[in-house]
Design a protein around this ligand. Structure first.
Ligand code: RIB
Ligand code: CA
Length: 314
């Protein structure tokens, strides 16, 4: 089966790291053209250092390109209280790999235009880079076959009562992307709150002989120190859903529906207003909003991928 060409745009970020490991565990399915970084969970310097640190840890030659230092208009608001001061739960990665490009936008444009086939973008941080890409180089649009996005929520947020962090951090960028008519699959909080690991899964990873599964356990353990899990029993690994969908779409329920990003202030900011009215039938040109997931199967496949990567990297 032909591999899918992908670029992962991220803000590592604890769950970003697990998602990147999961993608790296499936190089039989993905041709990873590159990893681009965007300010979000932490500063652009820290998230880029974390992306390079992970590639060093995996001894991977996947290209890393540094992206936007902050949102198009809004102030930066790192999520240190969730991901730690260094962005990856204070885990110290080695640093042997160097930056391929200090301009993620031209890197993505070149990678997309030079690629023989179509390219799937996998944004799992604020959508700043993606908005800048399609506005600056609209010629890429016809070569992008899908955006598998971690972001948004049709009901209830995490950074505010209404908004999910990635969209809230840069709502103007999200508005540009959702209004672009590009094919979108939205892994919002509706599904990602059920995409993750139980406390025991993390405890087992902490005791693993494999360095990658142990590292994932150590960074995920940081989440449990905070208040970001359901009373200490389960932690979402939000970003992994944007990768999982590309490998196992059958795990998900979905509906196509218009999604409008609220760019107002206060509680409206970053709300992804989806038209969930049952009596409206929207065609496939509208975003595919994921509405349900097989939690148990997701957990099993993500664990299999992480432990499997240990075997591959040995
Ligand atoms: O709301 C979850 C998203 O915000 C994830 O991408 C996580 O990494 C943070 O960026
Ligand atoms: Ca992220």
């Amino acid at each position: 089966m032909e591999k899918r060409n992908i670029i992962i745009d991220c803000d590592p970020g604890i769950d970003d790291v697990v998602a990147l490991c999961f993608a790296a565990a499936h190089l039989d399915k993905f041709n990873i053209l590159g990893i681009t970084t965007v300010a979000g969970n932490q500063s652009i310097e820290k998230v880029t250092e974390n992306a390079l640190g992970l590639m060093s840890f995996l001894n991977s030659d996947i290209k890393v390109a540094r992206g936007a230092k902050g949102p198009l208009i809004r102030e930066k608001r790192p999520a240190a209280h969730v991901h730690g001061e260094n962005g990856v739960g204070d885990y110290q990665f080695p640093h042997t790999k160097t930056l391929y490009s200090n301009n993620a936008i031209t890197f993505m444009r070149d990678a997309i235009m030079e690629c023989d086939g179509k390219v799937t973008l996998v944004p799992v941080g604020p959508l700043t880079n993606i908005a800048l890409l399609i506005k600056t180089f609209p010629e890429v649009i016809e070569k992008i076959d899908l955006l598998s996005i971690m972001g948004g929520a049709t009901f209830g947020g995490n950074i505010t009562a209404t908004a999910e962090f990635n969209v809230w951090a840069d709502p103007e960028a999200a508005r540009i992307v959702f209004d672009s008519k590009l094919p979108i699959v939205m892994s919002g909080l509706d599904v990602t709150h059920s995409c993750g690991f139980f406390r025991d899964d993390v405890n087992n990873m902490l005791k693993s002989e494999g360095k990658i599964s142990r590292m994932c356990g150590e960074i995920l353990n940081y989440y449990f120190k905070g208040d970001h899990v359901n009373n200490g029993t389960f932690t979402p690994v939000h970003d992994a859903s944007a990768i999982m969908y590309l490998i196992h779409p059958e795990l998900y329920a979905f509906r196509h529906m218009p999604v409008t990003v609220d760019c107002s202030e206060e509680l409206g900011r970053g709300n992804t207003i989806a038209d969930v009215r049952e009596w409206f039938e929207y065609d496939k040109t509208y975003p595919k909003v994921l509405t349900g997931v097989d939690l148990e199967k997701f957990r099993e496949l993500l664990l299999e991928g992480i432990y499997g990567l240990d075997e591959k990297v040995r």
